[in-house]
Design a protein around this ligand. Structure first.
Ligand code: HEM
Length: 153
């Protein structure tokens, strides 16, 4: 009898600790996995990646996708502004004027990317599929050149 009461007491005390874990375990995992280790620059790049992927599909039908195109482009503009304000990684040992020039180059690369996004925005507002394709291709090559110079050194 004493043992049963003790067991009941232990169970009652344990419920507030165990319940949240049980509820959590029962939830389907729908939230994206956020990597706490990512820097603001890396997070901005992830937004650009998602945006570029969406654009690839959306530009095929600018009339039907105008609203979504504009939302996507706005998210990319905001990501570029974040990236522009962040310090970029640089080659080990680089310092002084070389480093200053490297940073100027990086910022210039970001500004050029921004211009391509603006061209995409203008083309989206004009529902101009051809101009969208041209600006999309320019965005893609700017990404390649940005990574060659400033990421893969
Ligand atoms: C649409 C264009 C672009 C896309 C989709 C893109 C995408 C990405 C992605 C997915 C990463 C990896 C992020 C991570 O580690 O989680 C990255 C890293 C990086 N990108 Fe871009 N990028 C673009 C344009 C650019 C441009 C124009 C530049 C330079 C001017 C640039 C510079 C960098 C740098 C420096 C990193 C390394 C960041 C770090 O690890 O700290 N990217 N980018």
């Amino acid at each position: 009898m004493y043992n049963r009461k003790l067991l009941l007491l232990v169970a009652l005390v344990a419920i507030p600790f165990a319940a949240p874990r049980i509820v959590e375990a029962a939830q389907p995992s729908v939230a994206p996995v956020i990597d706490d280790e990512d820097t603001p620059l890396q997070e901005a790049m992830q937004v650009l990646k998602k945006g570029q992927r969406s654009l690839k599909k959306l530009i095929k039908d600018p009339a039907a996708n105008e609203a979504e195109l504009l939302t996507t482009l706005a998210s990319m503009e905001s990501a570029i502004l974040t990236a522009l304000a962040e310090d970029t990684p640089h080659p080990d040992g680089m310092s002084g004027k070389d480093l200053a020039l490297f940073k100027v180059g990086y910022k210039g690369g970001m500004v050029t990317l921004f211009q391509h996004v603006l061209a995409l925005e203008e083309a989206a507002l004009n529902q101009d599929a051809e101009a969208l394709k041209v600006a999309y291709d320019e965005l893609s090559s700017q990404k390649k050149s940005g990574h060659e110079h400033f990421r893969d050194f």
